[in-house]
Design a protein around this ligand. Structure first.
Ligand code: FRU
Length: 644
């Protein structure tokens, strides 16, 4: 809002007569569908969570990342750290593709006793990542290792990669590794196709222990959980985060005793992975919420589910896994409201004062004292939109109906749920701009759903059909945004995206465009110094724009052109490009270059670092807006400042 006001004020001051095109740039983590308390990358595509590990007070989240687009592409491991698995700090990309291929899913462990030998010179412990190298034309999927001696900040790929070459199968990926104390060695589950189990004394020499011909999956996870918190333990094998089996594991072979059972009854929870080396023995996992692709988002794509604590509990039908939102989420509640017992008469009741687009609500119904055939809640109401979370009493089904949720991503999904031993049905919901996670009866069943309501569809309603429903208690909490201020450092304001897709990242204002993209500030100048740190992530060029009109059709542009290996100064006159100067020089991707423009009347000087690379005269444009440009690729500019 601040920016919009500043922008309007400046426009008013300089008295622009016609309407400038382009959108006022949304604030950091404030796009319409941007999750407020779920993890998403600053920009670009993400899928599976990877390398989840707790080490020296930090939770690490790595993730499948395509930094150059909002569709899946050559995979990297993006990286973030958190004190509580909710509040994240972004870190630079941890693993880039290399000659063995792209970096697909995998896991990370703490090598506490230096079994790998990687940490002999650095204090004896460190992080080791195991991942799939994939997609190189000459290389099939195979398992590789990287290690970090600096708490995950930088990674070294093991020179002996791959540590497990492909055994002659098309699908062989997603290694999940853990320390198996009874056999005192590392165990890896890896799949893509058939589940394979390997063991290793040192994380680099691996022995095949078993193949499970009937267990076909990607992103396997295998962990032991106590049954009902007691002494009896069972192993859980997760298949792609969609289904799980309960059984035994002897260090070599997993033997199923029950299942497969569904993990989640919504369509948008996938590829879940649990954290290794939890400090308190909990088993917590997080999944990729995968339904984003149809959402018309342009800056970021994909997000993670809330972290969920996993337990095994005995129900009349047998031992089942329960997923509860982690306790740490309570620390991110803002204002709360509680209501006591209410009888809902047949019909609807708007709950005034509650609602919004990012909140938690817990509604406990006394199902066995209700005569209604169906009861529940509607969230994100407005503009003809709503999403229903309801309970069909006679069918014993908890459901989400998002046929009117918004954005055209429709569906009705249901989970079997009988009232608990006290006759209750609990609907515990987390709504976050474009997602909904429903925990039924404290996580006995879950439904994970994306949908894309309008920003101002924020109403909330309770309803009951065909009789009365007893609502024992209702608790409502707004959730705080976990993302801080924009990391873009600039003295300019009023940014407007004229062309291309722009967002703020740790590298500054970052744009992606086929052809030329422009983001323009509302600040103008004639004679000045204008500078910034330009980093091209992929494709061709990133640039400083100056003396521009409001459309980027008349302007000067000074760029860092990594694609063509040089620094170019050019101009646009009524949309037509003319090169003014070309300075060839060796430039690299993902490297920051300082570019400075000094404009004095017709004279324009451009400096690359301290070197004067252009010094020429042109008098097409005398003043105009400061801005940024990206050409055929992805580039970011940081520390963007002007001086007289
Ligand atoms: C699951 C998956 C994995 C693979 C990764 C590639 O979503 O297909 O099996 O490692 O995505 O991004």
């Amino acid at each position: 809002m601040q920016r919009v006001l500043t922008f309007l004020a400046v426009i008013a001051c300089i008295g622009i007569s016609r309407f400038a095109s382009g959108q006022a740039a949304p604030g950091y983590y404030d796009e319409t569908y941007r999750p407020q308390y779920h993890f998403s990358a600053e920009t670009s595509w993400i899928n599976d969570p990877n390398g989840l590990v707790h080490y020296q007070g930090e939770y690490h989240l790595f993730y499948q990342y395509h930094p150059l687009g909002i569709a899946w592409g050559p995979m990297h491991w993006g990286h973030a750290v958190s004190p509580d698995m909710v509040q994240w700090t972004h870190l630079p990309i941890a693993l880039y593709p290399d000659a063995l291929g792209d970096i697909w899913s995998g896991s990370a462990v703490v090598d506490e006793n230096n079994t790998s030998g990687f940490f002999t010179h650095t204090g004896g412990s460190g992080l080791v990542a195991l991942f799939t190298h994939a997609n190189a034309p000459q290389h099939p999927q195979q398992q590789s290792v990287a290690y970090s001696t600096d708490r995950g900040r930088t990674w070294t790929k093991y020179p002996g990669n791959p540590v497990i070459p492909n055994p002659g199968v098309a699908d062989f990926r997603d290694p999940k590794v853990f320390w198996h104390a009874p056999t005192a060695r590392w165990v890896m589950v890896v799949a893509g196709g058939q589940l394979r189990i390997y063991s290793s004394p040192n994380l680099t020499n691996w022995t095949l222990e078993s193949i499970a011909p009937t267990i076909d999956t990607e992103c396997p996870d295998l962990f032991e959980l106590a049954v009902d918190g007691g002494a009896t333990k069972k192993w859980v094998l997760s298949k792609s985060g969609r289904e799980y089996l309960v059984g035994r594991f002897d260090g070599r072979t997993f033997t199923p005793e029950g299942g497969p059972y569904p993990v989640d009854y919504g369509p948008d929870f996938y590829a879940a992975q649990s954290w290794s080396h939890m400090p308190d023995g909990r088993r917590v996992w997080i999944g990729w919420m995968r339904g984003d692709a149809g959402s018309k988002q342009t800056v970021f794509m994909g997000r993670m589910s809330l972290p969920r604590e996993l337990t095994l509990r005995t129900f009349p039908e047998g031992v089942r896994m329960v997923q509860a939102p982690i306790a740490e989420l309570q620390g991110h509640r803002a204002a709360g409201t509680a209501r006591g017992t209410t009888i809902l008469r047949s019909g609807t009741r708007t709950v005034s004062g509650l609602g919004g687009d990012s909140f938690e609500i817990r509604a406990e119904f006394q199902a066995n004292a209700s005569t209604a055939s169906e009861f529940g809640l509607r969230v994100r109401m407005g503009n003809g939109q709503y999403t229903t979370v309801g309970y069909r009493r006679t069918a014993a089904r908890l459901f989400v109906d998002k046929d009117h949720g918004g954005g055209g991503y429709t569906g009705v999904h249901e989970a079997p749920l009988v009232p608990d031993g006290n006759g209750r049905i609990v609907m515990h919901l987390y709504v976050d701009r474009s997602s909904l996670e429903v925990f039924g009866n404290d996580g006995k069943v879950t439904l994970t759903e994306l949908s894309y309501p309008d920003r101002d569809s924020v109403g909330l309603e309770l309803y009951s059909v065909g009789g009365d429903a007893t609502l024992n208690a209702l608790q409502f909490f707004r959730m705080k945004k976990v993302w801080g201020p924009s990391p873009f450092i600039t003295g300019l304001s009023g940014w407007r995206d004229v062309k291309g897709d722009w967002g703020d990242t740790m590298y500054g204002r970052q744009g992606r465009s086929g052809g030329d993209g422009f983001s323009l500030s509302s600040t103008t100048g004639g004679d000045f110094t204008y500078e910034g740190n330009i980093r091209v992530l992929g494709g061709y060029a990133g640039a400083l724009v100056f003396r521009s009109d409001s459309e980027g059709a008349n302007a000067y542009i000074a760029n860092i052109d990594v694609g063509n290996q040089g620094v170019k100064l050019f101009k646009l006159v009524r949309g037509a490009f003319t090169d003014l100067g070309w300075f060839p020089t060796a430039l690299q991707y993902n490297t920051t270059y300082h570019l400075k423009v000094v404009a004095r009347g017709a004279n324009i000087k451009v400096y690359l670092g301290n070197n004067l690379v252009h010094d020429l005269n042109d008098s097409s444009h005398t003043s105009g807006y400061f801005g940024l440009n990206v050409f055929n690729g992805t580039a970011a500019v940081q520390n963007v400042v002007t001086a007289p």
